[in-house]
Design a binder for this molecule. Structure first.
Ligand code: IPE
Ligand code: IPE
Ligand code: MG
Length: 244
């Protein structure tokens, strides 16, 4: 029987990087500016990070843009964030097309404005054939809702007699998540010094390497991303094995 070889320190690039883009509000507050300006600068930071991932040859980048809990914010801030999303997609689409970026949106559609749903549908369709970086935008996303929706679908199939409950395994379950066709993240970064997942990719990040950085999102760029990737490359991924 072949002896399991020790897990080498991950020298390879992460195939999938997921980012909790946090700290826009604090960035603005530190400058006595409205939160909106922080979000605007945050949207600018997205552009540099997307280009850097593409240049590095990263396969998937998932950005947490709006959580299912962010509806708790004042309506004006929610409106500003939705306007920024509209603006970002419309302005960047042509460039992203040229760069071969494929765009995917994950999250719940309910509560999203009809024009946003139309915009994300057409953006996904228009970029579906691109073979460069896949940019996944988590919009009105929350893992609890995602996992519950998967459970409801499986339970419905079982109740209808079309699914044997014993057949529900990890593989079948993940096929019912929004990320069915997306590999799990290898590296998960959160900016702004907070060290929590805030309902982001709870199933998918089971074995992600977590990197928490103090940088506020509007200040996060190429150098900070490269540093996080270098940190990832120093980690030893063991997946429960002894590592010896
Ligand atoms: C992240 O920045 C953007 C979103 C959550 C949409 P925040 O707005 O959470 O900024 P802080 O945490 O208040 O600094
Ligand atoms: C997480 O940030 C959500 C996004 C970055 C979109 P929050 O700022 O909403 O998270 P909490 O409230 O600090 O956990
Ligand atoms: Mg925050």
């Amino acid at each position: 029987m072949p002896v399991a070889s020790p897990q080498p320190v991950a020298q390879t690039l992460p195939r999938h990087i997921a980012i909790i883009m946090d700290g826009n509000g604090r960035w603005a507050k530190a400058r006595s500016l409205p939160r909106l300006v922080g979000h605007q600068r945050g949207a600018e930071a997205v552009r540099e990070v997307v280009v850097t991932c593409r240049d590095m040859g990263i396969g998937y980048l998932t950005l947490y843009a709006f959580s299912s809990e962010n509806w708790k914010r004042p309506a004006t801030e929610v409106g500003d964030l939705m306007d920024l999303l509209r603006f970002f997609i419309r302005r960047e689409l042509e460039q992203l097309q040229k760069k071969g970026v494929r765009i995917r949106i994950i999250g719940d559609r309910e509560r999203l404005a009809p024009d946003i749903i139309e915009l994300i549908d057409s953006t996904q369709q228009r970029t579906a054939g691109n073979r460069g970086l896949t940019l996944v935008i988590a919009l009105n996303y929350g893992s609890h809702n995602e996992i519950l929706a998967a459970c409801r679908r499986l339970a419905t199939e079982a109740a209808a007699g079309t699914l044997d409950p014993a057949a529900i395994d990890e593989n079948l379950f993940r096929q019912h998540l929004h990320t069915a066709d997306i590999p799990d993240p290898d590296l998960l970064i959160r900016t702004s010094g907070e060290q929590r997942l805030s309902n982001f990719l709870l199933w998918q990040a089971a074995y992600a390497e977590l990197v928490f950085v103090d940088t506020l999102w509007p200040d996060f760029g190429r150098a900070q991303l490269q540093a996080a990737v270098a940190e990832f490359q120093r980690r030893e991924r063991r997946y429960g094995a002894s590592g010896e």
